[in-house]
Design a binder for this molecule. Structure first.
Ligand SMILES: [Zn+2]
Length: 442
């Protein structure tokens, strides 16, 4: 061996040692950093972010030597989705009226940053336009006022602005609630919100613009807005669940399932993407850590263990719905589904959805936690259709969905970033989950 070969050999040995010694936390950090990075475009459907994320998970599964049911570990499915790949710009100006049908804008009074100060609702269809803004404020928040407001003729392009900054009582609040659901005859609406929270939509209608109350201090009344941009509705988009497994040593036909959705909200416009570090790169980090753990011969389990990374959870649990309707192994052979969504904090412990449904398992999980003092608290909650466990339990498969509590509150916004996600209870949670899986195999 020459010196170069020796150096390469030493480097190789060193990397192997590093790989086997990598802590649960260090690997989780790497997964979260990668999945929440700009290269994955928020793991949505603009620039095929979902496919980049799926490919990453597939490669990790391969590295661990997981077995596959299908080619590439992929289970494909299709759905309609409303996306925003192009430029989006919105501003509010004062206007001067010339006659009934013409006006010119002067003075810019609001031009915020997309996703920081305002949002375009996920179900919006956009186009290039300039419009007058009709304000619905507390002076209209009565039976008479509403009647008066709805009689207004919104000729041409008009948006309504629902300004609820001066709500005086409960009755008025009810009127605002009603009006927020309505477009009247307008071309779009603007609402003021306390927090910007984005979502996904499979349909589209007139635009709704949400402005953060803290960013909105307009008192003028002669307002005109302009909105530039366009939605792209994609019918039948093909996405994929990613599914691997390790075979059980005693009961290979029975499964324990670990699951986490890997999709997030994707991109909004050309520049904004939603990193989804806590929701749910953190769950994927747990899923991959578990896959890595159980693929080691010394951790071989009696039951087979399946690892499912679901797509399109944010669109409406579509990946898990598809899986439960087209299972790759019989649902009645699943001993338990353990779904993980939002694993990044935990200073206040975890909540277990379906804890009330499967009391025996819940009590055991709590007992394990108390014995080993892993995390602060294990709270119980009832049924909820809020993550991928749902369709399993609806079909009679025992399932828990756990999420962490406390710490950073960023949710479905641009602040759910890897840099600020603590992962402070991550290792403890990992030990709690593996201890629970051991109990399930007793
Ligand atoms: Zn989620």
């Amino acid at each position: 061996m020459n010196i170069k070969k020796i150096l390469i050999f030493l480097f190789f040995i060193n990397s192997c040692v590093l790989f086997s010694q990598e802590t649960v936390y260090a690997y989780a950090r790497k997964v979260v950093d990668t999945m929440a990075s700009a290269s994955m475009h928020g793991r949505g459907y603009v620039n095929e972010g979902d496919k980049i994320a799926a490919n990453y998970i597939k490669n990790e599964f391969e590295k661990f030597g997981l077995k596959n049911f299908t080619e590439n570990y992929y289970q494909h499915f299709n759905f309609n989705i409303n996306t925003f790949p192009g430029k989006i710009e919105f501003k509010i100006e004062n206007y001067v009226e010339h006659d009934k049908n013409s006006f010119t804008t002067n003075n810019l009074i609001f031009k915020g940053n997309l996703a920081k100060n305002y949002l375009i609702n996920a179900s919006s269809t956009l186009w290039q336009n300039v419009f007058k803004i009709e304000i619905f404020d507390s002076t209209y928040a009565s039976k008479k006022g509403l009647k008066k407001f709805s009689k207004k003729q919104y000729l041409g392009l008009s948006y309504i602005l629902i300004d609820d900054r001066n709500v005086k009582n409960k009755t008025q609040l009810e009127y605002f609630k009603l009006v927020k659901k309505n477009y009247f005859n307008s071309s779009g609406k603007i609402i003021l919100v306390d927090k910007l929270t984005w979502s996904q939509s499979q349909t589209f209608q007139q635009p709704t613009i949400e402005i953060l109350k803290d960013s909105f201090n307009i008192r003028e009344t002669k307002l005109a807005g302009s909105l530039e941009g366009k939605n792209k509705f994609i019918p039948n988009y093909q996405s994929q669940n990613v599914i691997g497994y390790v075979e059980g040593s005693v009961y290979p036909d029975s499964f324990i399932v670990f699951s986490a959705h890997y999709d997030h909200l994707g991109q909004l416009g050309e520049e904004v993407y939603f990193p989804g570090a806590n929701d749910n790169a953190s769950g994927c980090a747990m899923l991959l850590n578990l896959a890595k753990h159980y693929s080691l011969p010394e951790n071989k389990s009696k039951y087979s263990i399946a690892f499912i990374a679901f797509s399109a959870e944010e669109v409406g649990l579509l990946g898990s719905k598809h899986f439960t309707e087209n299972p790759l192994f019989p649902l009645n052979k699943i001993k338990f589904v353990f779904n993980m969504d939002i694993m990044g904090t935990g200073e206040d412990g975890i909540t277990v959805v379906n804890g009330t449904e499967y009391k025996k398992e819940f009590e055991k999980l709590k007992e394990i936690n108390t014995t080993h003092n892993f995390i602060k608290d294990v709270k119980m909650r009832g049924k909820a259709a809020n993550s991928d466990h749902y369709y399993f339990s609806e079909k009679g498969v025992k399932s828990f969905f756990i999420y962490t509590m406390g710490g950073i509150k960023a949710y479905h916004d641009i602040y759910d970033k890897a840099e600020t996600l603590p992962l402070n209870e991550f290792e403890n949670l990992f030990h709690l989950i593996t201890a629970f899986a051991t109990y399930l195999q007793e």
